[in-house]
Design a binder for this molecule. Structure first.
Ligand SMILES: Nc1ncnc2c1ncn2[C@@H]1O[C@H](COP(=O)(O)OP(=O)(O)OP(=O)(O)O)[C@@H](O)[C@H]1O
Ligand SMILES: [Mg+2]
Length: 406
């Protein structure tokens, strides 16, 4: 301790090489984090999604409670856990088994397994904004999980070198993600490029796979300018590389959700070009909205360049999602009104409200679907889940509309 204090003190006339200071500090920090992480972040193996109550399962599958009870009691599909008091709790695998059963055995026009068919195109939703902390990662993680609960085949892609999405999925970027194990591996310019299918990893959620991130993603920001000048004719332009990687695995998924970094670099631009839809998260405060305006102006200019070079700028939808909203806060409510008056229906009807349940779950890198409900006041937890479900189902409708289903 004394030594550290001594080292930190300024010595007159002497300068430290900042590299040594950083090396010493990161060495310490890495060690501490490694020791700490087992306590703080549950490793993947122990991360789980809770089981769903009968009412929740019926809603997620899209049948009524009575019918679900009948299927369960007759043991026709799924194997719910039954509590002492006779309440049934369904795992995601149970729900998927019931969906498959309904599609095979019921002569109904409706399909319960919602995988895309025919000409329905892969949906790629890019969650983005300039502003740090606008709720991109929270939104993408909960959206990806929700869509998997609804029975879709989902791929979550971490495009942020800070890799918060990966951490939410139990993958610590410094320890669990090695070289060439991020999406960079599939979009890099040199001969070390590899197939995206080799990079994708399963998660503890059935139907939800992950492409984790770490600092390696920064390479794409550094390498792209070089590639732009020295590019061979056969090389794909930077903005086409991500979509090309997605095409290679398209038949395995219905929806890809991309968590973007809080900057407008080549990674984010690639995400816009690979996207079929863009979700801009915005906290309704003046500084955040001003920053978003800068983001949009810059994005427009860059997309003009990309479009001239043949990049994709056509999308199914672009929506603004109001995040961390406090309905009791006058200025925030005014700001939401201001946004709605300008952007109309492009602002999602349902905002994501600020909730201590989300913030607290985030501290231990868990989603609201992973934490124990008993940890919170019931009303706090239920209000947050309700808000999340409203937001996520509104996005699901947009996806279905893009497929022409609704
Ligand atoms: N609805 C909410 N209620 C309470 N806290 C929230 C909510 N949404 C996000 N947060 C908290 O706000 C912080 C920032 O959220 P998040 O990491 O999702 O933002 P981000 O846009 O991904 O940030 P970055 O730009 O750094 O990637 C996190 O600590 C998260 O737990
Ligand atoms: Mg983030």
């Amino acid at each position: 301790m004394e030594a550290a204090v001594e080292q930190a003190q300024l010595r007159s006339g002497e300068q430290d090489d900042i590299r040594d200071v950083i090396a010493a500090d990161t060495d310490q920090l890495t060690k501490r984090l490694r020791a700490h992480r087992l306590e703080l972040f549950p490793p993947t193996a122990s991360k789980t999604i809770r089981r769903f109550s009968a009412a929740e399962a019926a809603k997620l599958i899209g049948v009524n409670d009575g019918y679900l009870r009948q299927i369960s009691q007759e043991g026709r599909a799924g194997d719910p856990e039954v509590s002492n008091t006779g309440r049934r709790f369904y795992s995601l695998d149970d729900m998927n088994a019931i969906r498959a059963y309904l599609d095979t055995n019921m002569r109904s026009k409706r399909r319960y397994v919602p995988h895309r068919i025919g000409s329905e195109h892969l949906q790629v939703i890019s969650v983005m904004n300039f502003k740090g902390g606008s709720g991109k990662t929270t939104t993408s993680t909960h959206l990806a999980q929700y869509l998997a609960f609804r029975g879709y085949r989902v791929l979550a892609v971490d495009l942020d070198p800070q890799a918060s999405l990966s951490a939410m999925f139990g993958q610590q970027p410094e320890f669990d993600v090695g070289p060439n194990e991020t999406i960079y591996g599939a979009i890099r310019y040199d001969e070390e490029r590899r197939a995206l299918s080799d990079i994708i990893r399963p998660t503890y959620v059935s139907g939800l796979d992950l492409v984790p991130g770490n600092l390696e993603l920064m390479e794409f920001e550094h390498e792209t300018p070089k590639a732009l000048t020295g590019r061979g004719a056969e090389d794909l332009m930077f903005f086409a590389r991500l979509s090309s990687a997605f095409e290679s695995v398209a038949d395995r998924y219905d929806i890809i959700v991309i968590d973007c970094p809080p900057q407008l670099g080549f990674l984010t631009l690639s995400a816009i070009c690979a996207a079929t839809s863009v979700l801009l998260t915005v906290h309704p405060q003046m500084l955040d909205v001003m920053s978003m305006n800068q983001f949009l102006i810059m994005m427009r200019e860059l997309l003009d360049v990309v479009a001239r070079a043949g990049g994709n700028t056509k999308h199914d939808w672009l929506r603004y999602l109001v995040t961390r909203y406090e309905p009791g806060d006058g200025p925030q409510t005014q700001m939401v009104g201001f946004m709605r008056s300008m952007f109309g229906q492009r602002v999602l009807t349902h905002p994501m409200v600020k909730s201590t349940a989300i913030a607290d779950a985030g501290i231990t890198k868990q989603t609201l679907y992973e934490v124990d409900r008993q940890q919170f006041t019931r009303s706090t937890y239920d209000r947050a889940i309700e808000a999340l479900d409203m937001v996520n189902s509104e996005i699901e409708v947009l996806v279905q509309r893009a497929w022409g289903r609704v």
